[in-house]
Design a protein around this ligand. Structure first.
Ligand SMILES: [Zn+2]
Length: 301
């Protein structure tokens, strides 16, 4: 997986920072996650092809996560796109987009599908043979979901030298990858573990923004490879985090620790702070493997 941060600040676009948007490369997919203003410019800057994006996941309808969407949709039309685009987001997202298209006398050159979300429990919203995406219901001022992107376990790895030594016919290799025992050319039963190795651990990415400290998500995201958790405020401004239903860096770290994730990425910083290093320091006192999201930064895992 490869995660590129297009924007990771709260509230308003500024000269050198953008509101929230990111791109996740997972298997053959390029998923756009949230679409604040500036998303198109950052996609260009990061040389990410618009045409490769077929699925857009919108966490909630606050402007700093969704006001770039109509621009993105209309640019795809100007680029004469023909392949379909799927939007997953809270109920209301379809009405918002259609009314903007209607009053600007615009349409799309490609099929546009909306998958509106209303559920309060985690649900699977996308699945193919290699990837599964679930909602992570969050607690914010309006209806909000995070998203949990997971690779499915792969096939067992064939140890080709061993398979040759055991005189196993090539036609049985797929059965071996599927975990089955097979017979050799001289009729002996060969246990699968002798000629294959376990598949790589499937990776997963939990995106959680925006939300107040909400420990109910911990069981769902347990042992995730990477957790992106919003940290709008520092602990010294806890009195601002609570009424706005946002989290502090320390609270994000506590979620990461209790969920036993491998890595925490912080983001959605309030623009009131001059430096974001303090966010890392605060979180690191609770959870060591923490990194800061920054616009234009790519994480590989
Ligand atoms: Zn919000």
């Amino acid at each position: 997986m490869e995660l590129t941060i297009l924007g990771c600040y709260a509230a308003t676009p500024r000269s050198f920072t953008n509101p929230t948007s990111q791109v996740l490369r997972i298997n053959n997919h390029l998923f756009l996650i949230d679409c604040g203003e500036g998303t198109q410019v950052e996609l260009r800057r990061n040389k990410i092809k618009f045409s490769k994006i077929k699925h857009v996941f919108i966490s909630h309808l606050h402007g700093d996560h969704s006001y770039g969407l109509i621009g993105f949709i209309s640019t795809l039309h100007l680029l004469k796109r023909e392949t379909e685009l799927h939007i997953y987001g809270p109920k209301g997202v379809k009405e918002i987009i259609l009314i903007q298209l209607k009053h600007s006398n615009s349409w799309t050159s490609y099929p546009l599908y909306f998958h509106e979300l209303e559920g309060k429990e985690p649900e699977v919203i996308f699945e193919d043979d290699k990837v599964i995406v679930e909602t992570i219901p969050l607690k914010h001022r309006i209806y909000t979901n995070g998203f949990f992107f997971k690779e499915k376990p792969g096939l067992r790895k064939l140890l080709i030298d061993k398979a040759t030594d055991f005189k196993i016919d090539v036609s049985l290799y797929q059965s071996l990858k599927n975990g089955k025992d097979v017979k050799s050319n001289d009729g002996k039963l060969i246990k699968n573990e002798l000629v294959t190795a376990p598949p790589d651990n499937p990776k997963s990415y939990a995106y959680c923004s925006d939300t107040m400290y909400f420990p109910q998500i911990i069981s769902q995201i347990k042992d995730a490879s990477v957790l992106y958790h919003e940290s709008t405020f520092l602990e010294e401004n806890l009195e601002l985090a609570e009424p706005t239903k946002h989290s502090t860096a320390k609270q994000a770290a506590k979620i990461a620790k209790d969920a036993n994730v491998e890595k925490l990425i912080l983001g959605h910083y309030s623009t009131r702070y001059n430096s974001i290093q303090t966010f890392k320091d605060e979180a690191a006192s609770v959870f060591e493997n923490v990194e800061l999201a920054e616009d234009g930064k790519t994480f590989k895992f």
